[in-house]
Design a protein around this ligand. Sequence first.
Ligand code: HEC
Ligand code: HEC
Length: 482
Amino acid sequence: MKRTLIGTTATLGLAFLPGTALTHEDHSCAPGFPDAPVLPGHVHQSDIVSGKMSFEEITAAGKALFVGQFNTCDGQGRPSATGTGNKRLPDEPAFIRTSAPESNSCSGCHAQPRAGGAGDIVTSVFVLAQALDPVTFSVAPEFSNERNTLGMNGSGAIEMLSREMTVELQAQADALPDGTHTLTTKGVEFEITKTGGVVTESKGVDTDLVVKPFHQAGVVVSLREFSTNAMNHHHGMQAEERFDMNPAKGFESDFDEDGIHRELTIGDMTANTLWQAQLGVPGRVMPEERSERARVDHGEAMFDDLGCTSCHVPKMTLESRYFVEPNPFNPPGTCSDLTVCPEYRFDMTRQGEGPHLEKGKKGGAIVRAYTDLKRHNLCDDVSHPDPIRHFCNEQLAQGRPDQDGKPGTEFFLTRKLWDVGNSAPYGHRGDLTTITEAILAHGGEARTTRDAFVASDTQDQAAVVSFLKTLQVLPPEEDDDD
Ligand code: HEC
Ligand code: HEC
C-alpha cells in the first residue's frame, strides 16, 4: 500500500514556522504521554528584536498562535484560574460554552471572512461570565454582557490612532487650568472638567484620557492587552507577562495549576499581536453597474447629509505610518516595559498582509474606519414618548464609569463600519440581521440622525444601505515588502 507522508506542521498549516528560532523549553506533554503540543515552539522576543526572525516569520508564528487549536500539552485549560485570571477551586468542567474555556482557537470565533475577522452569532461571548465560571444563569444580563465577535482587519491602525489621540488629549489637558474645557484631537471633541489640577470628569473617554479602542465598550488599550486576556479567558493559555512574571499574581509560574509553565512567552504575545496588527485593511467593493455605483455614491453623500459622519468619521489621519509594539499605555500585566519587551515596528502602508493602509502626507497614513473612537449613548430616556432602547440591555459596567448621571452600561464605542459589508450580524450583541435594523436601533445621542434617516425617502434609505454594503474586508494581497 502506498503511504503519503505529511509533516505534522504542514497538516496544521504551520509549515512556514521558522524552526530555528523556536524552542519548547518548559512546554511539552508529560513524560510518557504519547502526544505533542500543537504549538511547534515558542517565540523569543530577543529573536524578534535582533532581526533573527524576519517580519514574515514573526507574523507566521503569530498566526499559528491564532489558528492553532491548543491542546493540554500546550497548556490549554485553567483548572485553578477563572477567565479573569483569579484563583478558583480546580473542580470545574474543562470546557463550558457560556463562561469558557469554550473554544479551541482564536479563529474558532474570529473567522469571517477568514481568520482574524468577525464572527457569526454562534460565536458571541458572555463577557464577565468568565469571572464566575461555571455560572448558573451565565447568559442573564445580571451576570454577563453578550457581545458579538468583532474583526481585527485594520486594527493596527486603530490602535495607533488611539495612541496618537491619547498623547494629544493628555498634553492639551495638562496645559489647561481648572474648569470645563473641550479638547479636540483628530477632529473629535471630548469635554472634560479639571479640578485641583486633575481631570475629574470626562465624556466619551475615561478621566485618564487614554483612548481605549478595543472591546465594544471601549475598555481595552491594545491588541496585546486584549489578546492576553483572550488567551486566558477562552483557552486557559497563560501569558508569562500576565502570570508567571507578574508580582500581582505572586510570580506563580503555573497559576492555573495545569502542570504547564510559561504557556505563552513575551515573544509569543508580540508575534500574536503583530499578526493581528498587520491584517489587511478593509476597503470598498464597488458594484460593476454604473447606475448602481451612482446609487452608492448618493448613499455616501446621504450618510454625511443625515449626520451619520458626526460619529462614524469617514477619515482620520495618522501622523506616523508605523505600528509600534508595545503600547506605552498598556496596563500592568501587559508588557510595556522596554527592557523586557523592546520596541518593534513595521510600516503599515508597506508591510503585512495587504491591502495596506493608505499613505498620507509627510510620513503619515489615512484611516477610513468610520468611527471617532469615542463612547456614545444610543439609549433614549424611558420618559421619551417613543423610546428606542435596543442597545440598552446591559447591566454590568465592565469598566465604564457613569457619565451624564447615567450608568456606564449604556455607553458603547462608535462601531467601526469599514467592514460592515461582510461582518453580519450587527449590533453589540449580534442580534440584528440587517444593516437597516441596526440603523433604526439608534436612539439617544443618535436619535435625531436616525429620525432623519427614517424621514428620508425609501430610495435614499436604500442608497445609504447600499453604500454601507460596499465597506468590506477585502481578499488578502501579497506582501510587497522585500
Ligand atoms: C468564543 C469566541 C471568541 C474567541 C475564542 C476569541 N474571541 Fe476575540 N472577540 C470575541 C468577541 C465576542 C469580541 C467582542 C468583545 C466585546 O465587544 O466585548 C472579541 C474581540 C476581540 C478583540 C477586540 C476587537 C475590537 O475591535 O474591539 C481582539 C483583539 C480579539 N478579540 C482577539 C482575540 C484573540 C487573540 C483570541 C485568541 C486568543 C480571541 N480573540 C478569541 C470572541 C472571541
Ligand atoms: C451619536 C453617534 C452615532 C451616530 C450619529 C450614528 N451612529 Fe451608528 N453607531 C454608533 C454606535 C455607538 C454604534 C454601536 C451600537 C451598539 O452596537 O451598541 C453604532 C452602530 C452602527 C451600525 C451597526 C454596525 C455593526 O456592525 O453592528 C450601523 C450599521 C450604523 N451604526 C450606521 C449608522 C448610520 C447609517 C447612521 C446615520 C443615520 C449612524 N450610524 C449614526 C454611533 C452613532
